[in-house]
Design a protein. Sequence first.
Lengths: 113, 113, 113, 113
Amino acid sequence: MESLKRKLRDFAKARDWEKFHSPKNLVMAMSVEAAELMEHFQWRTQEESRNLDRETREKVKQEIGDVLVYLVRLADQVGVDPVQAAEEKISLNETRYPEDKVKGSAKKYNEYE
Amino acid sequence: MESLKRKLRDFAKARDWEKFHSPKNLVMAMSVEAAELMEHFQWRTQEESRNLDRETREKVKQEIGDVLVYLVRLADQVGVDPVQAAEEKISLNETRYPEDKVKGSAKKYNEYE
Amino acid sequence: MESLKRKLRDFAKARDWEKFHSPKNLVMAMSVEAAELMEHFQWRTQEESRNLDRETREKVKQEIGDVLVYLVRLADQVGVDPVQAAEEKISLNETRYPEDKVKGSAKKYNEYE
Amino acid sequence: MESLKRKLRDFAKARDWEKFHSPKNLVMAMSVEAAELMEHFQWRTQEESRNLDRETREKVKQEIGDVLVYLVRLADQVGVDPVQAAEEKISLNETRYPEDKVKGSAKKYNEYE
């Protein structure tokens, strides 16, 4: 992830694209990529989404790459370590959703964010 | 990231939430989190987005964590390594957008996806 | 819809909020509202999404209102009639997806955009 | 809008596509279209977003049509009148954000949802 961050910095700098990379623009780009990723699943059933054909899986992989690219670039621009942020969120969720209280419950799950 | 993936597997398993974690559901959740992250930027100017106050930055950090959590979990469920996917995308973009052709150009930039 | 457009113009003007209502900002706000609407469906099955309880349906209604508010406001700011735009798109789709060619087909449907 | 709703019903029925039109699927499709609309604005400044060239404006128009198509179809499937929902939301917002309290204020605006 650290290496990814540096590559993206170099990529933008070499192309003089830093001026386009405000957090406002980057978050839009990331959200657009998230939707392009979602597009592959919109007409599929949940079951079908668990069994992608090879061609779709390859496209999905590329879109996952796009989302991560913009997420890492955005995090860099606002000075946040994304992996640390995710780990802190998981710790928080472990407290919020104790195993014995929420186990298998859809109701509790709907409150989960 | 590898450790993140394993924590998220354990988290879902311990709560019997794997049944909710179809790729279709996970991509929706990731897209919703991406929008929650975007919400912090919607009325800010690009300049303001480059200078977040401490409180907003903390909230942004948490939302970045949420997006990464669902992205890693989704990638795991479809059998994709997200960091590798991002690196492959960067390599592809280096070929697509040669420095000397696109330098500082907004026009070229608009074709960039 | 015409009346909605006028109400939204008056609303923004009376609050001196027109300066915030650039198309760039409005499209972000609309996309965030779309995600808030989607959030109500992310952990539900397709079957459950067809049978919402009264409380959820009320929340869904409010979010549908929010999306439409920003869509109408955005369309006004870029000088587009949204209903006309939708009707033109339907006409186009009638040509693109002839009944006898696509009937009930998931394959054709996946190509549909 | 009433006519739009009926056309969309007929369109889906004639193609036997009703089975794909669960609210869960439709909200995903609407959210994807919202992002495609947003894509046209992601690298533009706010000023540029207020002055679209003719070609971009035409594409924006088509995407606005797409978002409205899915919003109307979704609203129909959950039994909501979207225009009424929007009008109720405007009334609510008039109470929440009294003109004299929020006039021109970015701070108040950031609390606005």
